[in-house]
Design a binder for this molecule. Structure first.
Ligand code: GN1
Ligand code: MG
Length: 349
């Protein structure tokens, strides 16, 4: 094992028990490792180096996650579920906090790895979409009576006014002169400026309520069991108070996309209407008891809102010189932009 990682892991668990450490996953933001242990009596773990340039208050982020998972564990125990499998279990560092700050100024966190689960990149059937949506709906329902304050660790995250402020600055600066090569995409963003900002006004003035939301509900953030029921919702970095519509809409981007988020062949990309309808039915089966009429009214639109926001964020990062998202090749953010724009254009309700 790498000596540096060994020192970090030793802050959370006994390193003598560790068998192997390997990199995991496709996250755009953090670096993730699986820590396997020798004995079958000890769990395996997930170790993450959190991205501190994006998450500028990691102690507060971990406090949010601790509050939310503690609440979930209580509710899961109440209905007789397994709190070690149905939500994340954070491992405290030696200091007692849920993060370790190393000498290089990097933040590490650890949680239990949940074994024997299945992950998906998209929904291959309406049944899977229905069940996945029930998983999100249940997550929101279990948190509906959560009353503790959460720190807003990503101010403006799904806030269109904030995004357009960033956008206007990006276009003004155009640091690499890329704007001239993406005129069509810029025009697309400008065409929808008013409509998207009008929706956000409804959130700002309280017409659409805010709740505890996940804010990164791509299908790969849900662990399924072998019967395709959701066992656990993971990647809680972005739990915040926002509109639950964004969680619904963001899920559609992955569940119902017939292609990839970064498909280079736009012919592959479209929204599968059957998957969309199944997702909506599954979501409403869990949430109808608490959603307001106005939330129900804007469900379809929320898929467009969040996909639009994603086009804007990918394009903005491309223009800015790829400073936010990890990329695998130079034009990656542009490819992502075009694929999400195509997805948006096929969202016809
Ligand atoms: C980022 O790293 P990951 O895959 O969990 C991003 C989401 C985007 C997503 C695009 C904090 O999530 O908002 O929707 O990429 N997370 C953050 O796939 O910006
Ligand atoms: Mg995430």
């Amino acid at each position: 094992m790498n000596e540096n990682l060994e020192k970090i892991i030793a802050n959370f668990i006994n390193v003598d028990e560790v068998k192997s450490v390997s990199a995991l996953g496709e996250g755009f933001i953090n670096d993730t490792f699986v820590v396997k242990t020798k004995s079958s009596d000890t769990p395996n773990y997930i170790l993450q180096r959190k991205n501190k340039s994006i998450f500028t208050n990691i102690p507060a982020m971990m406090e949010n996650i601790n509050k939310v998972t503690s609440h979930l564990k209580k509710k899961i125990s109440e209905y007789g579920g397994n709190p070690l499998r149905e939500t994340l279990t954070l491992i405290p560092a030696a200091s007692g906090s849920f993060y370790f700050l190393d000498d290089a100024g990097e933040y590490y966190t650890m949680c239990i790895f949940i074994e024997n689960t299945v992950t998906h990149q998209k929904a291959d059937s309406p049944e899977l979409a229905y069940k996945g949506a029930k998983g999100l709906g249940k997550f929101q329902k279990l948190l509906a009576d959560f009353k503790e304050p959460l720190t807003d660790i990503l101010p403006g995250f799904h806030n269109m006014k904030f995004r357009f402020n960033q956008w206007d600055i990006t276009l003004q600066n155009d640091p690499l002169g890329r704007c001239k090569s993406v005129k069509e995409e810029i025009r697309f963003i400008e065409n929808y400026r008013t409509e998207m900002l009008d929706f956000w006004k409804l959130v700002e003035d309280g017409t659409i309520p805010t709740r505890v939301t996940h804010n990164d509900t791509k299908i790969s953030n849900f662990l399924f069991d072998k019967n395709d029921n959701v066992e656990c919702v993971i990647d809680l970095d972005t739990v915040l108070n926002s509109t639950c519509l964004n969680d619904f809409g963001d899920a559609i981007r992955s569940y119902a996309n017939t292609g990839l988020e970064d498909d280079t062949n736009l012919d592959n990309v479209s929204m599968d209407k059957n998957i969309f309808e199944a997702y909506k039915a599954g979501y409403l089966s869990e949430t109808q008891s608490f959603l307001t009429d106005i939330e129900c009214k804007y469900l379809d639109f929320s898929a467009k809102y969040i996909t639009f926001e994603q086009v804007l964020r990918f394009l903005m990062d491309y223009i800015n010189g790829d400073t936010y998202y990890k990329i695998k090749y130079p034009e990656h953010n542009l490819v992502r932009t075009r694929a999400q724009k195509k997805l948006f254009e096929t969202m016809i309700f």
